[in-house]
Design a binder for this molecule. Structure first.
Ligand SMILES: [Zn+2]
Length: 904
């Protein structure tokens, strides 16, 4: 986010969000203006309606109101007369045409369009970005190509995501945004039956909205008319300002490069328009635990709720709605519509010093709702209540709350209050909506109510480690410290740089750092590919401290681990995203900010899709004879110079190609579940479908090991994070059976390298508060260690040349019955993860006779050596002899002749 304020005061609608324009006024407004309208069929109607509004004596000819294809238009904008107004819409329904990676391609194109617009348009030009309008549940509009029809199911969700993304991006470019999804969310009766298009009334409404916006942007005084008051509804006492963030920006070109981190002030203050509360001099109290689920459902109560799925137990910060139509759960507590005095209450169960409240609106696919102001009350017995009063006036404070569904808003209490219960009493909420909120309460535990600064809560871990969040610099420093403390078993290296130039540091831990030792398997943990999922990063920083410390203390388990394996820890694959999230802070970062890299790329969708070429070859019966079932090459499109591959992705791919990794886990957050490949559904366009790999047994075992040793996942009393209960299936799930992810790191790792990788969703809270880190470390410590030890499960050995005893690189190890091979490293050593059992294993290499032997994986701890000696084929011997300039010995010549005879 960049500041775009040319004018200090945000541009807000005066008294009503919209003015009804008459033709003469439209003519006045657009007099001598050059207007360009770009977009889809909905935009064409926008254009038509504007022309109608202008009537026949229009000052603009129809030719001046243009609707053309983009590149031509851009060219014309560059060389033709400078436009005053460009109205463009998202064409979001067109997402379906982008194919499998639709959202990503859409983003790429959008970024390109915005950059081009920025280049082409003069500063004086106003660009209005029209967000996509709400789609119907059933989309039958003729635009969906027949083969893409199955995609329609996810389209509504994609539109919401795309809208969010496009509005953010438009904001970054300082373009104006008109949120038509918001304005037309309740106007469904004006939508055509095709689920996409809108009737003439809707379009006239749209034109008025648009013109109001343009007039406001140009500082033209709006026509004054008397409208019936919309503020007289009983429970709406304050007029709601429409989504402020989307109408405040004035177009202004940036002269300096975009700063790395957001230019927003730290958001620990109250938002604009709030009564000025004194800066809290005391340290902020930690969250009580609505988001982290430390508070149980029974501690949350409310005056009423619309349904079970909108009950008080859903009023937790960042809780996510179900993703499907008809889902039981939605993302908020919502009071009944007729509840005139709604309240939401938290029982802390102990005397507690309440210091602040964070609220969010409703997370939902179908509805917008948020509370715009609330009062706060406290009680010790839930009978007698007192309010939070303003120090000077003595009046109950009305706290300003949200202006969109997602952005968390913090209010610090004028004076902290010690009580057992805290109640939020919504005073106003989005017009036409319901009183819905998600909340977190900031509170310090109290033993003595007069003790203003109670001691920090006792750490939940006995390990003396650095339990803090580390930004880039602090992380680098910490890694250096670990390296200095344990120089013999550590090495810090970088695998490349982020888009903004931050290094991707790796901590290597092994008894011979910097070297691949023959027979020693390489394992890795990768965290933070989604920058806002911060727990994995800290767990890896804790793990490296722990391993160093325990090694120095001579702990036998850790010593063995470091002696027998080479461990690589990449705590931050997306440091740019993390810095964004870190600046915002653990409680205020929301759900999505910082997820993407700086280019807006989701790194977990950015790896090459090797599934499709493999499955196509399989369908044609070409695997494994013509097309191998492993080490699939990068597709050509992916290696082109203009391919959209993030620098972070590229760095990780090169790292994967350089080191013969065997096992990996990829640490995420926001759920509590372990998912394993494939991540992408085999049926094209299926949103969800069980898609196992040929190594399903191994992957299920690996996932079960992590899930089975993670204390949080094993807690029988815990409630599900959001809307799915993964504990019913052992807290593991096939990635594609959860939701399809094309271009995931796990699938790529499995199909392009020898490495088996799973995804661990570490906690419900993506960015847990610092005070949660000791407990999270305890939850995951055993799991992180045990998972690394799984690299011993399977067979391992060296494939050698029978004559020279030299290791053979790139020999293929095939296991009968499993259609996925692995290869040897450059020393001829290999690792094949397998569950216990007897296997028939074949080693083969170019120029050698293949060899097959039986190998056993015992239930006891492995690994069991399974070595191979391969004999050169006569042809290969001949080739080598000839290359060495030697004469061919007679016995070899005879054998070759015999062979030739056989073939003929
Ligand atoms: Zn993630």
């Amino acid at each position: 986010m960049v500041f775009c304020l040319e004018n200090e005061e945000p541009r807000l609608p005066q008294r009503s969000a919209m003015v009804h324009f008459q033709a003469s006024e439209v003519q006045q407004l657009l007099h001598n203006k050059f207007v360009v309208i770009l977009g889809d069929s909905i935009q064409r109607a926008v254009y038509k309606d504007l022309v109608l509004l202008l009537q026949r004596d229009s000052l603009l000819t129809a030719a001046q109101l243009k609707a053309k294809y983009l590149e031509g238009v851009l060219e014309e904008l560059t060389y033709g007369p400078a436009p005053d107004l460009v109205i463009i819409n998202s064409c979001l329904w067109d997402l379906s045409r982008y194919g499998r990676c639709s959202m990503e391609s859409y983003r790429e194109n959008l970024e390109r369009v915005f950059v081009r617009m920025d280049q082409v348009l003069p500063d004086s030009c106003l660009l209005v970005w029209n967000m996509a309008m709400p789609l119907g549940e059933r989309v039958t509009g003729g635009f969906l190509l027949p083969e893409l029809q199955p995609l329609a199911g996810s389209l509504r969700r994609d539109v919401v995501e795309g809208n969010f993304y496009s509005a953010t991006l438009a904001g970054d470019h300082c373009f104006d945004v008109l949120d038509l999804h918001f304005h037309f969310r309740h106007a469904v009766r004006h939508r055509h039956r095709d689920g996409v298009h809108w009737d003439q009334h809707a379009h006239r409404h749209l034109s008025h909205l648009l013109l109001t916006h343009v007039a406001d942007a140009w500082g033209v005084e709006l026509p004054k008319r008397d409208y019936p008051s919309e503020t007289s509804e009983p429970h709406v006492r304050i007029r709601i300002v429409k989504k402020k963030k989307v109408i405040t920006k004035k177009r202004k070109k940036l002269t300096s490069p975009r700063p790395l981190v957001t230019a927003r002030p730290p958001v620990t203050t109250t938002p604009a328009g709030a009564p000025h509360l004194p800066e809290a001099a005391e340290p902020g109290c930690p969250p009580l635990g609505l988001e982290s689920l430390r508070l149980s459902d029974s501690q949350l109560q409310a005056s009423s709720s619309q349904s079970f799925g909108l009950g008080p137990h859903r009023g937790r910060l960042n809780i996510q709605s179900g993703l499907e139509d008809g889902d039981l759960y939605d993302g908020a507590w919502c009071a009944e519509q007729q509840d005139a005095e709604p309240w939401f209450q938290v029982d802390a169960r102990h005397p507690t010093r309440f210091s602040g409240i964070i609220t969010q609106g409703r997370n939902s696919i179908w509805r917008y709702d948020w509370v715009t102001s609330y009062k706060v009350q406290f009680s010790n017995d839930s009978q007698t209540w007192w309010g939070s009063r303003n120090r000077s006036s003595g009046m109950d404070v009305v706290f300003p709350a949200n202006s969109d569904p997602e952005t968390p808003v913090l209010n610090l209490l004028p004076e902290p209050q010690v009580a057992r219960f805290i109640r939020l009493l919504p005073q106003t909420w989005l017009q036409g909506g319901a009183s819905c909120l998600r909340a977190e309460i900031l509170a310090c535990p109290v033993s003595d109510p007069n003790d203003l600064f109670p001691k920090a809560p006792a750490l939940a871990s006995s390990d003396p480690l650095d339990f803090r969040h580390h930004d880039y610099k602090a992380m680098r420093k910490l890694m250096k410290q670990v390296n200095e403390k344990c120089p013999n078993i550590t090495r810090v290296y970088s695998i490349g740089k982020s888009h903004q130039g931050l290094k991707l540091y790796v901590m290597e831990m092994s008894d011979q750092p910097g070297e691949h030792e023959l027979g020693e398997p390489e394992v890795r943990y990768v965290a933070g590919m989604h920058g806002n999922e911060a727990l994995g990063r800290e767990l890896l920083l804790l793990l490296m401290q722990f391993l160093c410390r325990e090694y120095l203390r001579g702990d036998p388990r850790v010593t063995r681990l470091l002696t027998e394996t080479r461990i690589h820890l990449l705590p931050s694959m997306n440091p740019d995203g993390y810095e964004t999230a870190f600046r915002r802070g653990s409680e205020l970062v929301g759900w999505a900010e910082g997820r993407w890299n700086h280019q807006g790329i989701d790194l977990n969708h950015n790896f090459a899709d090797l599934n499709t070429p493999l499955w196509e070859a399989e369908d044609d019966g070409l695997v494994p004879d013509t097309v191998p079932n492993h080490h699939l090459p990068l597709p050509t499109y992916y290696t082109l110079p203009n391919a959209t591959v993030a620098p972070e992705t590229r760095a990780v791919i090169e790292w994967m190609q350089r080191i013969p990794f065997v096992l990996s886990a990829n640490l995420h957050g926001g759920e509590l579940v372990v998912s394993y490949p494939f991540d992408m559904t085999r049926t094209p366009w299926a949103a969800r479908e069980l898609t196992p790999t040929p190594d399903d047994a191994v992957f299920r075992w690996l996932s079960t090991v992590y899930a089975g040793t993670n204390q949080a996942m094993q807690d029988p009393d815990r409630r599900p994070c959001h809307s799915q209960d993964f504990s019913l299936h052992g807290n593991i799930i096939n990635g594609a059976d959860w939701h399809t992810v094309p271009g995931s790191m796990n699938d790529f790792s499995y199909l392009h390298t020898n490495c088996f990788e799973i995804t661990v969703e570490l906690s419900c809270d993506k960015f847990p508060h610092e005070s949660e880190l000791p407990q999270e470390w305890e939850n995951n410590k055993e799991a992180l260690l045990t998972y690394l030890e799984q690299v011993r499960m399977g067979i391992t050995g060296v494939v050698r040349d029978k004559d020279t005893e030299l290791g053979i690189a790139d020999a293929v190890i095939a296991v009968e019955g499993i259609n996925h091979d692995v290869t040897t490293a450059w020393g001829g050593d290999y690792w094949r993860l397998l569950t216990p059992g007897d296997y028939k294993v074949t080693a083969s290499a170019e120029g050698y006779h293949p060899a097959t032997r039986n190998c056993r994986v015992p239930f006891e701890e492995g690994p069991v050596p399974c070595n191979f000696h391969l004999t050169k084929t006569p042809k290969q011997r001949l080739r080598e002899l000839l290359a060495a300039g030697a004469k061919v010995p007679p016995d070899l010549r005879r054998r070759l002749e015999r062979l030739r005879g056989k073939k003929n």
